[in-house]
Design a protein around this ligand. Structure first.
Ligand code: SF4
Length: 478
């Protein structure tokens, strides 16, 4: 699809076009006098003008010019309406293409009123009633938790970039534990060193640790002894007296053993994630998850017996070969297990995922079915006393839908909210981790990146430790 423009607003128009044509290459061409079909013309001259020509379809519309911000939004609105008509698709999130609708809603609510924010979502961005309701409840739940954060607050993120095998939809930087066996021990040792340094910095700066999150990858790919080493360093070196949440993403059920769960428990981890993604064994096989639905249930029951009182389960809507009925079946079984949190993701196929490399693409039926799965999940989870507490979107999501974290009252994951909202500083340790330094009460954020791959992390470890010195400089400035 060619997108012809004569102004600087190509970014939003391009994103908007991608909502309707997720698999097509969109080429932005500025100030051309020749127009090759299929095309979109979006011009700003004495009037705003949008024209779309695709096959037999031709439609155009005019509007008055006002100012830059409104002209950009208006061009998007004109294009959105034509593309809805052309494709017979009405995106549930309307014209919102950004990743954080809740943040946008909160900003509107704080700068105008709640009813004006609602009106803007409905009449200017064309967000459906279902998604507006989801946004409003999430915003309220999040807000209470964001307000608990103080100027000294920070969270700690620990990255374990190893997995037992690679799922076909995965786009994370991670290595299979088998192939990286020789790297694991040195990695664990250096990660402990980095944690000690981070703890020293936090103590020097009088920062207050609020939440700890160990994610990946799959942290439970490590042995019980390796987990114990890392978690003991956290407990010994950081001041844990204000810590309100300690999560380990156990992730893949096939990596969970009693020894590892005891190791987590002994190290004061209270919240874990056990992620089935689906309870349909055929779908698990189709996406390269080398575990079964039965293993998920066993791991879940084991965790309960060992005494975990806060368990999250991740599901993905829109997985290849999954159907609406099979998704409903998965969700019903998960609700019967009664976990404290259920996170419902929408499949997002990034360029680096095996699925993309294999030529899998998203078609309109996938989008429609995935939307049905999410609507079912929303309805059922509300019915069963789960409340949405965080919500975000990613690029290349099926149907341009959303990921939502649901929890029973009082079991919201604080870390998830803080990281998504960018409420306070996150100190990141491990390969691929990013330290985000937040100037409290503003939107200002500075990032310090660790090396992505475990071998780089190990080879250039001292360089990374050096970078952590920048945390002192940041706090000295603000
Ligand atoms: S478990 Fe998660 S991080 Fe690991 S390969 Fe699968 S999707 Fe990727």
């Amino acid at each position: 699809m060619n997108l012809y423009i004569n102004h600087p607003f190509h970014y939003e128009l391009e994103n908007l076009t991608r909502l309707f044509y997720p698999n097509e290459k969109i080429t932005v061409i500025k100030n051309s006098e020749v127009f090759t079909e299929p095309y979109i013309k979006a011009f700003r001259n004495e009037k705003l003008y949008v024209e779309v020509k695709v096959g037999e379809f031709l439609d155009s519309t005019y509007a008055s010019v006002t100012d830059d911000t409104e002209d950009e939004r208006m061009l998007c609105e004109m294009l959105y309406k034509i593309l809805c008509e052309l494709t017979s698709v009405t995106p549930p999130w309307g014209m919102i293409t950004g990743v954080r609708p809740v943040k946008l809603y909160r900003h509107l609510k704080e700068t105008t009123t709640e009813s004006e924010a609602d009106e803007y979502f409905k009449n200017k961005l064309f967000v459906s009633d279902e998604k507006l309701k989801l946004t409003k409840i999430t915003e309220k739940t999040e807000k209470k938790i964001i307000d608990l954060s103080t100027e000294e607050s920070f969270s700690l993120y620990i990255s374990i970039p190893f997995c037992p095998s690679r799922c076909h939809y995965c786009s994370f930087v991670q290595s299979t534990i088998e192939r990286s066996k020789h790297l694991v021990e040195p990695y664990v040792k250096l990660l402990c060193d980095e944690l000690r340094r981070a703890a020293q910095i936090a103590s020097d700066l009088n920062l207050r640790l609020e939440t700890v999150y160990m994610g990946g990858g799959t942290p439970t790919s490590l042995s019980a002894e390796q987990l114990n080493k890392i978690l003991s360093v956290v407990n010994e070196c950081f001041d844990m007296s204000f810590c309100r949440e300690f999560t380990v993403e156990a992730g893949r059920p096939d990596t969970i053993t009693p020894e590892k769960l005891y190791s987590l428990k002994e190290n004061k981890v209270e919240r874990i994630s056990i992620n089935p993604q689906t309870l349909n064994n055929n779908v698990l096989e189709a996406v390269g998850r080398r575990h079964t639905a039965e293993q998920t249930i066993e791991a879940y029951e084991l965790a309960r017996r060992i005494g975990f009182k806060s368990i999250n389960t991740d599901l993905i809507a829109g997985l290849p070969t999954d159907t609406v009925d099979s998704f409903k079946n998965t969700l019903d079984k998960i609700i019967n297990l009664n976990p404290e949190c259920v996170t419902v993701h929408t499949l997002s196929i990034k360029r680096s995922a095996d699925l993309t490399q294999n030529g899998t693409s998203i078609n309109r039926d996938d989008a429609v079915n995935t939307a049905k799965m999410l609507s079912y999940a929303n309805e059922k989870l509300f019915e069963n006393d789960y409340i949405p507490y965080y919500l975000y979107r990613q690029s290349r999501m099926v149907g341009n839908l959303e990921n939502t974290g649901w929890s029973k009252k009082g079991f919201e994951s604080l870390y998830n909210i803080y990281v998504m909202d960018e409420t306070h500083t996150i100190l990141g340790c491990g390969a691929g981790a990013v330290t985000k330094l937040k100037r409290f009460g503003t939107t200002y954020l500075e990032r310090i990146f660790n090396f992505k791959y475990p071998y780089e992390y190990i080879d250039r470890f001292n360089e990374q430790l050096e970078r952590k010195q920048k945390i002192y400089t940041f706090y000295a400035k603000y």
